[in-house]
Design a protein around this ligand. Structure first.
Ligand code: IPM
Ligand code: MG
Length: 363
């Protein structure tokens, strides 16, 4: 029997509710099969850890994670700690430390979900946003001088490297190729940003030659927001810089009905390090500890985790369970306009998984 080692980092706020829920559904999947099991290791890193130790994670944190097959992450963010500390001290430390340069964000309108787009038929919104996850606007390059004086200056410099752009373009073209429509939109802003974004466009064109069977187009990021709303069916796979994709993926999640549903994978495509999977939503301190969080974003992230570690059948089984559950309005959490609790949704997904496995065994 194969054992997958999964590091669980609930982090802050509702992360502490949705990550255990994710473990429950992974456990239900493993219990219904006989060929693999999960070994979970929990890490209590985040805001409370920071209050005790002055850091979000220990100095050897990456070493503790190195041998794991994947990481299931909740969220980082604390009302009493500045956001740039929680972010750079934990999530970005892992993303950048493990060179998880491809951030993958699929979006679809799941069954039963009321999404805001009027002009959107079934299947019209089926996107994957590929976010450059290692450099660009999040490179962390910049500084402040003359702090507090009238002549104070501050910079955040976006860094793009040829190697960094090449590898994310290759990843995005390959992902587009693996999807039925083989269609990629390269998001840019080279009309205004005339250095790095022009290089971005040039490299897209070069890499496109390696993927002659993928249709592709270029869209300016501002125009892309309008296209997402007005012509969703013209998009399939998108690739964008770190910040552009950050913004577009929130729009995508909202257009698909709720930020509570959307998943993310922070992927090291070369598999030198563990990849990390997390719901797109934040720590949501306003509802924490009340059992109201929507765990679907975490469950869908578990689907991506299962695909990544090489269990596509389990991934498909979990996705089917998620869709069966979202189809039932009685199982909608508050973000979807319902009254269901985190535990109701979790139990329903686990039961669906178990029932499917039993039915298959009986057949
Ligand atoms: C995301 C989030 C983060 C980001 C925040 C928490 C800094 O919005 O994963 O999209 O901007 O990367
Ligand atoms: Mg974001």
């Amino acid at each position: 029997m194969k054992t997958y080692r999964i590091a669980c980092i609930p982090g802050d706020g509702i992360g502490q509710e949705v990550v255990p829920a994710g473990q429950d559904v992974l456990q239900a999947l493993a219990a219904s099969q006989s060929n693999y099991r999960f070994e979970f290791t929990a890490f209590d890193w985040g805001g409370d850890y920071y209050r005790r130790h002055g850091v979000m994670m220990p100095a050897d944190g990456l070493d503790q994670l190195r041998g794991q097959d994947a990481i299931l992450f909740g969220s980082a963010g604390d009302p009493h700690i500045p956001d740039h500390i929680t972010l750079w001290g934990l999530r970005l430390k892992i993303c950048q430390g493990f060179d998880q340069y491809a951030n993958v964000r699929p979006t679809r309108i799941l069954p039963g979900i009321d999404a805001p787009l009027k002009r959107c038929g079934p299947g019209d919104l089926d996107w994957v946003i590929v976010r450059e996850n290692s450099e660009g606007e999040y490179a962390g390059v910049g500084g402040r001088v003359h702090q507090g004086h009238a002549i104070e200056v501050a910079t955040d410099v976006s860094m793009m490297t040829r190697a960094g752009v090449q590898r994310i373009m290759r990843f995005a073209f390959a992902l587009a190729r693996s999807r039925p429509r083989k269609l990629l939109t390269v998001v840019t802003k080279s009309n205004a940003q005339r250095h790095a974004m022009v290089m971005w466009d040039e490299i897209a064109l070069e890499v496109a030659h390696e993927f002659a069977d993928v249709r592709w187009d270029k869209e300016l990021v501002d125009a892309c927001t309008a296209r997402m709303v007005n012509r969703p069916a013209t998009l399939d796979t998108l690739v964008a810089t770190n910040l552009h994709a950050d913004i577009l993926s929130d729009l995508a999640a909202a257009l698909a009905g709720s930020l509570g549903i959307a998943p993310t994978g922070n992927i090291d495509p070369e598999r030198r390090f563990p990849s990390m999977f997390e719901p797109i939503h934040g720590s949501a301190f306003d509802i924490m500890g009340q059992g109201l969080a929507n765990p679907i974003g975490t469950f869908w992230s578990c689907v991506m985790l299962l695909e990544h570690i090489g269990e596509p059948a389990a991934a498909a089984m979990l996705m089917a369970a998620i869709e069966a559950v979202t189809a039932d309005p009685a199982l909608h959490t508050r973000d979807l306009g319902g009254n269901a609790r985190t535990s109701d949704v979790t139990q329903a997904v686990c039961e669906h998984v178990t029932a499917t496995a039993e039915r298959r065994r009986a057949a």
